[in-house]
Design a protein around this ligand. Structure first.
Ligand SMILES: Cc1ncc(COP(=O)(O)O)c(C=O)c1O
Length: 422
């Protein structure tokens, strides 16, 4: 796969029906007569045929390990795997392919960064009294690794609060920063509220005090074009499965000079240059951070997914989803006894809500009976639930294939739930 190559199913314009036809999962009836209405893309996105084909082809035809053999299958698998890396360079506008590390997902990427900050062999490693700043709206993946890091190093974890609407105000963020701040970690887009954070300004503020910044881009890459160089991000992590790619694959972008200075995390095959019992030296970037046989089919599938998104146009996807979000927000106003949680003006793809007297799980189960898939629970963001005094919410989240008809089905479904519960 090479940068800019159009998928076999290329697009001329944004035609949501043509897009929908590429998702086999959308053809199913979840229950007799109940066609799938998929509103859970923030948990994982459905996969277009082009991604499924890329994965199947890897196992059915180009089934070999990468970087290890001269035979044709291995050469082809390696070319596709490294081609996927080139696609990601282009997708994120990274400076070089050495900055793109394949991981198993956002969680893995953030943990890789956290491990490095605990390693004495790196001059950026944290020491007692150093400060890490996160925000109140983070996913557990962007809290727990830093909490563990703080415990190991004696650093202090500080939290920038959010407003009632779920916004992150720059002043509140800045108030947490100081001379001891060494690292800031925050989401690009919140999975539980949909808030789009002012990341450019936040990164600049963190850099002003000399801190490095790790961005949790799990939801960020889905809803808008991301340019890591324009953002001036130090680290940016995302997961393949949220961008219409396979599960078990993800990316950590890191600035080259940082990755070069950071010690490797996992030891094993492929990440070495020379091994003796006395000493081992490391491979070049990015392989230093890719120990063992990687998720080859996953990486190739992710490359296919990103090519597919870029062929549609990230701006077009963003505009489609923004239109749906505005429509959904208007239609929610019709519902009595329903409160949207997360009403920031800058928002992407998420309608999270609670219903008076109805547990989110009950609402979710009744919606499922009509084939409507939403997520219910704490969304791996328990501090956000605590902030709003709820144990969980129901969350409808949008993807490229959703339509106003999906929102209508949700609203009708919720009216039905309300009538059942009285
Ligand atoms: C904002 C955010 N961060 C991190 C993650 C973790 O992603 P993964 O489980 O793919 O590692 C998610 C997944 O829901 C997320 O939405």
């Amino acid at each position: 796969m090479t940068v800019g190559k159009a998928p076999s199913s290329g697009f001329q314009g944004f035609d949501v029906e043509a897009i929908r036809r590429q998702f086999p999962a959308l053809e199913q009836e979840v229950h007799p007569g109940k066609k799938l209405v998929y509103l859970d893309s923030a948990a994982t996105a459905l996969k277009p045929q082009v991604v499924i084909d890329a994965v199947v082809n890897t196992y059915a035809v180009d089934c070999a390990n990468v970087h290890r053999a001269v035979h044709s299958l291995s050469q082809r698998a390696t070319a596709s795997y490294e081609g996927a890396r080139d696609t990601i360079v282009h997708f994120l506008n990274a400076a070089t392919r050495e900055e793109i590390v394949f991981t198993s997902g956002t969680t893995d990427g953030l943990n890789l960064v956290a491990q490095a900050f605990a390693h004495r062999g790196w001059d950026r490693a944290l020491t007692e009294g150093d400060e890490i700043v996160v925000t109140e709206l983070e996913h557990h993946s962007n809290i727990v690794p830093w909490q563990m890091l703080a415990k190991r190093t004696g650093a202090v974890l500080k939290v920038a609060p959010i407003t009632e609407a779920g916004e992150l105000r720059l002043d509140d963020f800045r108030a947490q920063l100081g001379s001891r701040t060494k690292l800031c970690a925050f989401a690009h887009v919140s999975n539980s509220l949909g808030t789009l954070l002012p990341v450019t300004e936040m990164i600049a503020a963190a850099h002003e005090v000399g801190a490095l910044v790790a961005i949790d881009g799990a939801q960020g890459v889905v809803h808008q074009p991301v340019d890591v160089r324009a953002l001036d991000a130090d680290f940016y992590a995302f997961s393949g499965h949220k961008v219409y790619g396979p599960t078990g694959i993800g990316v950590l972008y890191g600035r080259k000079e940082l990755l070069e200075a950071m010690p490797p995390w996992r030891g094993g095959g492929d990440m070495i240059d020379r091994v003796t019992f006395r000493e081992t030296t490391w491979n070049d970037l990015p392989y230093k951070f890719e120990a063992g046989t990687p998720n080859i089919a996953g990486a190739i599938g992710l490359g296919a997914a990103l090519e597919w998104m870029m062929a549609i146009g990230l701006d077009r996807i963003a505009a489609h989803e923004a239109g749906l979000l505005a429509y959904g927000t208007r239609r929610f106003a019709e519902l009595e006894g329903v409160r949207l949680i997360g009403t920031a003006p800058d928002k992407a793809g998420v309608l999270a809500f609670v219903m008076d007297g109805i547990h989110p799980t009950d609402a979710g189960s009744f919606l499922d009976a009509d084939g409507i898939a939403v997520r219910t629970g704490h969304h791996c963001a328990q501090p956000v639930m605590d902030r709003y005094g709820v144990t969980g919410t129901a969350r409808a989240s949008l993807g490229v294939y959703n339509t106003e008809a999906d929102i209508d089905a949700l609203i009708e479904g919720l009216k039905k739930v309300r009538s059942i519960f009285g």
